[in-house]
Every structure is written in C-alpha cells, then in structure tokens.
Design a protein around this ligand. Sequence first.
Ligand code: HEM
Length: 399
Amino acid sequence: MDVLPDKTLKQIQKLSREGDALAETQEFPDALKKYWAAWDLLPEPQIEHEAATWLLTAIGDSNFRSGEIVEARDHLSNAMHCPGAIGNPFIHLRLGQCQLDLGDEKRAVDELTRAYMAEGEKIFEGENPKYLTFLKTKIDQPSAVTKAAQAPAAKAVTKAGGMNLIANIFQTTLGRKYIMGATGFALVGFIIGHLVGNLQFFLGPEWINSYGEFLKSWPKALWGARISLLACIALHIWAAFALAAENRKARPVGYVNKRATAASYASQTMIMSGLIVFAFIVYHLWHFTFMFKWVNAAGIDFHMLVDDRGRHDIYRMLIIGFQQPIVSIWYVVAISLLCWHLSHGLSAMFQSLGLKTPAWSGLLDNLAKYGACSIAVGYISIPVSVLTGLKTFIEKGAL
Ligand code: HEM
C-alpha cells in the first residue's frame, strides 16, 4: 500500500470532515459530493488505501441513511475489499442492514452476526430494532454464531493451505482476539486458584504455611506454571496493543466513527487498567515472591520469617505486609482496578470465544460482573482484615 502524500491526506481529511458535518445534519446529497471529491484525490488503485475504507463506508452510510439501499450495499461491499475493513463492526452492521432490507437474509445474518460478535448488542443501539430482533430470531445456537465469526479466519487458513495456522492466529484480528480470550481465560484460572490458596490465610498459619511449602515441593510443576503464566501475560499484553493499534487504523473517521469512539474508550480504559494491574503484579512479586525489603514499607526482611516447623512463615508475612496502610491501600486500589478489568475482559472473552449469542448475552455479562466482584472481594478481604484488626481475632483462634 502506497503512503499518501501529507498534503493529499490533509485535503482528503478536510473534505471528509465537511462531508461528515453535512451528513450529521442529514444533507446527504451534499455530503456525498464531499466524499466523492475526497475519493477523486486518491491515487489509483484507490482500494489499496486506508482512506478508501472510511470513504466508501461514509458513502455507503449516507446512501443507507437516505434510503438508497442498493447503492449503500454496493459501496459497503467495495469497502470490504479495502484495508482493515473485515472485522470492522460498523461496516458489517451497515452491510447486514442493507442485505436484510434487500431481502438477502442469509448474508444479513452473516454480516449482522459479525457486528454482534465484535461489539455485542450495543452496536444496535439507535438503530431500528428490527435488525436485532431479526438476528435474535435467526441465531440462538452458539455454534451458528461461532461459525459465522470464524469464517474469515477459516478462509484465511484455507488460502494458506493450512500451513500457516500459527501465523494466521497471530496476524488476523480474529486470531488475536482468540489469543486475548484464551490467555485471559488462563489468567482468570490462575487468579481464581491463587485466591483459593490465599483465602487459607483465614484458616490460620498452619494452613497457609503448609500450602506454600506444598507448592515448593513440586519445583518442576511450579516453574512450568510460572513460565506458562509469564507467557500468557506477555501474549495477553501483546494482543491488547496489537488490537488497539489495528482498531485505530481501521476505524472510519467522522460521525461514522461515533459508535466506535465509545468502544475505543472502553478499550483504552482496559489498556490503562491492565497496565496498572501489570504494575501491581510487578510490585506484588517484589513484595511477596522476591521479598525485597525496600518495597514492604515495614523495613523487615521477609526471608527471615520462619515458623516453628522451619517453613517460610507466609502467615506472618501477610500480617506484617498488610499492617502497612500504604501497602494495603495500594493493594485495594489495584485489586479494584483488576475487578473492573476482569468484568469487562470476561465479557469480551465470552464474545471472542463465540459464546455470546443473543440468548446468552445477558447471563454471561452478569456472570462476568458478579464473578469479577466476588474475586475482588475475596482478595481485598485479606489486607482489609489485617488493617481493621480482624487478624487479632483470627490469631486468638476465634475463626
Ligand atoms: C490480597 C491479595 C493477595 C495476596 C495475599 C497474595 C499473596 C501472594 C503470595 C504470598 C505470593 C508468594 C507465593 C510464594 O512464592 O510463596 C504470591 C505470588 C503471586 N501472586 Fe499474589 N496475592 C494477592 C493478590 C494477587 C493478585 C490480585 C494477583 C494477580 C492479578 C496475584 C498474582 C501473583 C503472582 C503472579 C504470583 C507469583 C506466583 C509464583 O511465583 O509462583 N496475586 N501472592
């Protein structure tokens, strides 16, 4: 793909903005003139430029909104051949709406499902409810949704003769979403397992100290799990940045983009909360795994804490660690962000894994929300119980 000269790109963007402003006030014929003027500035072959994606989308959208459905379908279908269009939920939505209005139900299901898979029900907000109602009546089997969503990746794999499966997973949007979903799933598994282990704190020193000892008695398994965990974290972060960069590039400009702005807000806050949680994990490893004295705010070397059976005294380490208000507050803040991240992430994961059909969507969203909150409450209960003095209660054997 040739890079457009700066001057041409600026002219195209200016004309597009003018077109957007006209489309916003429903002056579609004038808006179309601006978009076509911008199109004429694109060097041939136009469809190789990213600008072609959003111009054809804007043109198709104006056609659709002014009732020129055949033209809208044709322009949006052409947009699909331009860079970054496949997987763009807005283009799939509009194209699906055109197909349905033109009576092609099969294609309508295919396109609307892709829009739905990427953004869920919120992409249908502000649209005529008939499109979502239609989709709901057509799709209630997870397998049908999954099949439609997997089609581009499947095609890509077939094209490459099946040899480049791994490359396809890393290079296609859908593949990256699977990486996000699968690594997210593994990380949630760890987070739940780790929580169950940590909650033994409330059962007293014997439990949590022997649990720590037990884990260390399987060094190969422990290191295998640690390396897998590290790989999952690295892949998860890589996929998050790759998808965010792709979203920014493939997204049409102007009012066509309004819906996408909300989505990108969510994904930016996901990146922000994810990075803070990552910073927390680094701190947490220094704190309790490497036990660096200078990060615990207590000035005590946690390596020295040994119980009367000669084991590392994790129980006392947690009590001393969380008696430091600044440390506990940081844990509570970071875990609250983890909760936010998880509730959105789990919901997105169900979507990427093809489980979020219209029938299951509400249930899975609730599962994500309440699941994430329960995890956070479980973790937060440890520093809070230490800070509020509940631990004295425990030490006296009252629990
Ligand atoms: C109050 C909350 C938490 C407590 C009390 C806690 C406790 C601990 C302890 C004691 C260890 C050291 C285990 C050892 O090496 O013997 C540890 C390691 C670890 N924790 Fe936590 N943790 C908490 C929250 C979290 C959260 C929210 C995450 C992830 C988001 C997390 C991720 C990890 C990881 C990745 C390790 C390293 C595991 C390893 O090296 O085997 N922890 N945690």
